[in-house]
Design a protein around this ligand. Structure first.
Ligand code: PHE
Length: 352
């Protein structure tokens, strides 16, 4: 009789050992000490025994039951330990890894320059305008008096997109901010007409248009995406002298130095006549003595004034286009333009 109990206990041990999850273990338990389990069945079978037999048989069955329960608890604990082990391994922290630092961000150096440009020109009464970077051929070239075969229109210099305008010519990624001259005038033409009707002097246009521009170019001083800031001042009596005053004032304020010379070097642009390249010369510091080109400029061509919808007999003035990237390099002594667009935080954090 003892043998059958021993073998039940042994079978239970093996069944528990086979169970690899808590659910399997509970199922195995039911086979032995559940309501219909083998031990429970043996207990029921004792009813027919004599009092003495009940005593010894009952004690033996109880011992077997306790042995099974002990085996069950042991297995329960082992499964729980294994589960905890897996969880701990999965959530392991390698405390020797360096932490992930959250660095404070900072305004990009070119954006700092843009902000400064806007502030300085706003203080001189200039509006600040924004326009599209995907431009029509007419805005980028034709309206600006560019002849049909001008090299600026070639694929070597200008990016074109796969969308054609109403004129059948593909749109371009604007190679300069000059289209904003015509766009700005068109956007305000109604106001100018009304003011002109009301009499008195003609309303002036005084605006800068900073933004991104694109050219097929890539080296230490050229990036395919770069920045320009257009300037336009038109009125009844705005002259080259005003351009010199405004631009000299701007440069001295921007570089925070009166120790700065400007040179207007004759040049050519289809949309200005006469045209001049603007060079600056620092009188002290690491760049002292060298002439550095910072902008193209000139008196707005009458054809462009006409394309703005204005009367070239009444409106005269100047435009300029400068390179904020270049200004940033000069102001901070940066030698490679590409640093501005690489996103290397070791470079950028210096402007914090
Ligand atoms: N758009 C010219 C350029 O990109 C610069 C310029 C602007 C020249 C306005 C004259 C007047 O080089």
């Amino acid at each position: 009789m003892q043998n059958d109990l021993d073998s039940i206990v042994e079978t239970a041990r093996q069944a528990f050992a086979k169970a690899s999850t808590p659910a399997e273990l509970e199922n195995a338990k039911a086979l032995f000490i559940g309501k219909a389990g083998r031990i429970t069945e043996l207990m029921k079978g004792m009813a027919a025994l004599s009092v003495d037999e009940k005593k010894t048989r009952g004690a033996a069955i109880n011992a077997a039951k306790q042995a099974i329960e002990a085996a069950l608890n042991e297995r329960r604990q082992a499964l729980a330990d294994a589960e905890l082990d897996i969880q701990l391994k999965a959530e392991a922290l390698d405390v020797s890894l360096p932490g992930r630092l959250r660095e404070p961000g900072s305004v990009h150096p070119v954006s700092l320059t843009m902000e400064r440009i806007e502030l300085i020109f706003a203080s001189m009464g200039f509006d600040v305008a924004d326009g599209p970077e995907i431009e029509s051929d007419w805005h980028s070239f034709t309206s600006l008096n560019n002849p049909p075969n001008h090299p600026a229109r070639s694929m070597q210099d200008t990016f074109y997109v796969d969308i054609e305008g109403d004129d059948g010519i593909p749109y371009n990624l604007r190679p300069h901010t000059s289209p904003m001259q015509v766009r700005y005038a068109h956007a305000h033409i109604k106001k100018y007409a009304e003011l002109a009707k009301a009499g008195g002097t003609i309303p002036e246009i005084r605006v800068i248009a900073p933004g991104r521009t694109y050219r097929v170019d890539n080296d230490a001083t050229h990036s395919p995406m770069f920045h320009q800031c257009e300037g336009l001042w038109l009125g009844e009596n705005v002259s080259f002298k005003d351009l010199k005053v405004v631009f000299t004032d701007f440069c001295r304020t921007f570089f925070e130095s009166d120790d700065l010379a400007l040179r207007f070097r004759p040049s050519f642009f289809p949309f200005t006549e006469p045209s001049a390249e603007i060079d600056i010369q620092f009188q002290s510091g690491p760049l002292a003595g060298r002439w550095l080109e910072v902008a193209g400029s000139g008196q707005v061509h009458p054809t462009v004034v006409k394309n703005m919808g204005l009367d070239p007999e009444k409106y005269i003035g100047f435009a300029f286009g400068m390179g904020p990237d270049r200004l940033t390099m000069l102001r901070y002594g940066v030698s490679d333009l590409r640093l501005f667009f690489d996103g290397d935080t070791r470079f950028l954090r210096q402007f914090r």
